[in-house]
Design a binder for this molecule. Structure first.
Ligand code: HEM
Ligand SMILES: *[C@@H]1O[C@H](CO)[C@@H](O)[C@H](O)[C@H]1NC(C)=O
Ligand SMILES: *[C@@H]1O[C@H](CO)[C@@H](O)[C@H](O)[C@H]1NC(C)=O
Ligand SMILES: *[C@@H]1O[C@H](CO)[C@@H](O)[C@H](O)[C@H]1NC(C)=O
Length: 316
């Protein structure tokens, strides 16, 4: 009898747990009904003054989700005793943290202690895409914020020099497939890269080639022009695609022409399955968009936190 009771208690608590931890688009309907509106307005306002905001927010969400789940660990400041993720090596394009701060400040006035920083970041990433001409979708919410952020863990992010098997491993460790990899790489339709992120392809590529032979020569030449071996221009680099402020399938169209920036982009063409997806997304914006939305929801549902932070930059 006691055994039976224990089992049903176990079933009950695990059901309760999964109900509590499940994300839902209606999560704040009772507790903070205007949450999304407040967040979207903060993004709109920031975009008016700074066109680089959408790309920054989308990338920030990706970084967040790939380290300790989408728990806003990327937003925490370093402290006297801890160097945080944002001060780790591959942070060169992370910016626009103030957009999250602005939204959080308003939300704390409106519904104190309710809306997590991780949810704010997930909603801003959706807004970044939608307000740049891309698709929109309902963001499942209810993430909690984490209490740990370590610069040393940014090593867990995929590097732009990764080949297809390294990319596949990085994504599958987070429950994401090759299909997700190809769709989410389409995030590179927005934004900018510094020379250092594609330097390996345009100088000293390998023993036989100075330039990656899979790169279109005219494209490589223009990148070498902006990024010479001893680059002295601070913040020199290139846009990730030719329509950098608009969320479209241009990234894939350029990729099949040998005009992608990173080895990790080019790697999508090195294997049959991913190559097939790239050409489908290059020829259909609609197919790309619906795949992107599905994969974004999947990536942004990797949870990890424990609390609702009151200030996104410090743990409670
Ligand atoms: C597949 C593995 C990925 C690698 C290796 C990678 C690598 C990079 C690198 C090296 C940069 C340029 C950083 C710089 O030099 O400033 C960059 C920029 C960017 N990435 Fe990725 N990325 C990956 C996946 C993603 C995903 C999944 C998304 C979002 C869905 C994303 C969105 C962005 C955006 C929007 C930028 C531009 C940021 C800005 O302009 O502020 N990336 N990525
Ligand atoms: C976090 O760091 C930023 C940049 O260094 C600083 O401006 C801000 O005041 C810090 N916020 C908190 C709450 O420590
Ligand atoms: C990136 O990290 C470096 C040190 O590794 C740090 O000096 C810089 O402030 C960081 N950048 C941002 C945007 O936090
Ligand atoms: C990818 O790189 C890793 C590490 O350098 C290497 O072991 C592996 O063989 C490479 N895979 C492919 C498909 O090139």
């Amino acid at each position: 009898m006691a055994f039976r009771a224990n089992i049903s208690l176990l079933v009950f608590t695990s059901l309760l747990f999964s109900l509590c931890s499940a994300l839902s688009p209606n999560y704040y309907d009772q507790t903070c009904p205007s949450a999304e509106m407040v967040i979207t307005n903060a993004v709109k306002k920031a975009m008016m003054n700074d066109k680089t905001v959408p790309a920054a927010l989308l990338r920030m969400h990706f970084h967040d989700c790939f380290i300790r789940g989408c728990d806003a660990s990327v937003l925490l400041n370093s402290t006297k005793n801890n160097k945080a993720e944002k001060d780790g090596p591959p942070n060169i394009s992370l910016h626009a943290f103030y957009v999250i701060d602005n939204a959080k400040k308003e939300l704390e006035a409106l519904c104190p202690g309710v809306v997590s920083c991780a949810d704010i970041l997930a909603v801003t990433a959706r807004d970044a895409v939608a307000l740049s001409g891309g698709p929109s979708w309902e963001v499942p919410k209810g993430r909690k914020d984490g209490r740990v952020s370590k610069a040393s863990e940014t090593k867990q992010l995929p590097a732009p020099t990764f080949n297809i098997s390294q990319l596949q491993q990085s994504f599958s460790q987070r429950g994401l497939s090759l299909h997700d990899l190809v769709a989410l790489s389409g995030g590179h339709t927005l934004g900018f890269s510094h020379c250092s992120s594609f330097q390996n392809r345009i100088h000293n590529f390998d023993a036989k080639h100075d330039v990656d032979p899979s790169m279109r020569p005219s494209f490589a030449a223009s990148l070498r022009n902006v990024c010479p071996v001893h680059n002295k221009v601070k913040n020199a680099g290139a846009t990730l695609d030719s329509s950098t402020a608009s969320f479209d399938n241009m990234y894939y169209k350029l990729l099949v022409q040998g005009k992608s920036l990173f080895s990790s982009d080019q790697a999508l063409l090195s294997e049959g399955k991913t190559k097939g997806l790239v050409s489908r997304f290059a020829s259909s914006k609609e197919e790309f968009e619906s795949a992107f939305v599905k994969s974004m929801i999947k990536m942004s549902s990797i949870t990890g936190g424990q609390e609702v932070r009151l200030n996104c930059r410090v743990v409670n």
